[in-house]
Design a binder for this molecule. Structure first.
Ligand SMILES: NC(=O)C1=CN([C@@H]2O[C@H](COP(=O)(O)OP(=O)(O)OC[C@H]3O[C@@H](n4cnc5c(N)ncnc54)[C@H](OP(=O)(O)O)[C@@H]3O)[C@@H](O)[C@H]2O)C=CC1
Ligand SMILES: O=C(O)[C@@H]1CCC=N1
Length: 267
């Protein structure tokens, strides 16, 4: 874990990462949060754990994590640049904003890691794709790796250009899975189940299948085949989901749209 850390923007994603870091041993007394209107749980967490929240004269830390919205970078940058010291590692989780975009707004930044985490980071079950600028030292890379590992799986990317695809797959991905739970419940209601029963069965099915995927060495396709009795009910459903214009085509289209949007957020 880094010796000290400043988190600018403790919203849904920044707050989720912070929860994972504190669980993994980040020192709350060496942690500062900057967020003009922090949500109640963040205010309570800071009070409980002794985390500095919006101190009047914040010092640069070993790491500055940017957790603001990409659309807010221009407005926020002049207030955040003084939080970058000579040896501060800047870690940005902003969708779309490139290392060059960040340098353009935060002139004090030298070492930059651009990362794309996801929401299960809060329980240490997230996935982060990251790339490092050439100024990042081995120690800074190790500090970033420790933060991302506290949030779950980590993949270092050789090429920054890949991060928009990571954003579209694993950054946004949890939303696709939650939508699956929602639509499975809705389909259950349409098939005649009571709404509460449909929602509870869909939730247990999605979380149970995810837990099995995690616990098993088998590929997802093999686990899918294990559910699919020849000539049975699952095969009938998969004939619909796996047809040419089915879930595969829809997912490719959705991921392409998310990736395109990440490109639009750059600049
Ligand atoms: N949500 C997700 O699952 C993921 C999000 N991301 C990235 O994380 C970033 C944050 O997204 P998300 O958490 O969803 O958004 P949120 O709006 O929940 O969080 C952003 C936070 O930053 C605060 N903020 C605004 N201006 C400043 C400022 N000048 N200084 C400090 N804090 C400020 C916001 O306050 P206020 O609400 O008052 O404006 C808010 O609390 C985005 O860049 C997004 O691309 C990456 C991966 C996954
Ligand atoms: O929706 C977004 O733009 C952010 C980035 C990935 C997940 N949430």
């Amino acid at each position: 874990m880094p010796a000290s850390l400043v988190l600018a923007g403790a919203g849904k994603m920044g707050g989720a990462m912070l929860a994972g870091w504190l669980d993994a041993g980040l020192d709350p007394r060496r942690t500062t949060i900057i967020d003009p209107v922090p949500a109640r749980p963040i205010v309570d967490l800071c009070a409980d754990r002794g985390i500095a929240l919006n101190p009047p004269d914040p010092e640069p830390g070993a790491v500055l994590v940017l957790g603001i919205k990409p659309q807010g970078l221009d407005t926020a940058a002049p207030g955040l640049d003084p939080l970058i010291g000579r040896d501060t590692l800047l870690v940005s989780i902003l969708a779309g904003k490139t290392v060059a975009d960040l340098r353009g707004r935060l002139p004090r930044a030298r070492a930059i890691v651009r990362a794309m985490p996801n929401l299960p980071a809060s329980i240490g079950r997230g996935a982060t794709g990251a790339c490092a600028s050439s100024e990042v030292s081995p120690e800074q890379r190790a500090a970033a790796e420790a933060l991302f590992a506290a949030n779950g799986a980590v993949a270092w990317l050789a090429d920054e250009a890949q991060i928009d695809a990571v954003t579209a797959v694993s950054g946004s991905g949890p939303a696709y899975v939650f939508l699956l739970a929602e639509t499975l419940a809705e389909a259950g209601i349409a098939a005649g189940l009571e709404p509460d029963v449909a929602r509870s069965l869909a939730r247990a099915t999605v979380s149970g299948a995810g837990a099995l995927l995690d616990a098993s060495p088998a590929e997802a396709a093999e686990l899918r085949r294990n559910v699919t009795s020849p000539g049975g009910t699952t095969a009938a459903a998969l004939d619909v989901l796996m047809r040419e214009d089915g879930l595969g085509a829809l997912m490719r289209e959705a991921v392409a749209a998310a990736r395109r949007r990440a490109g639009e957020l750059s600049g």
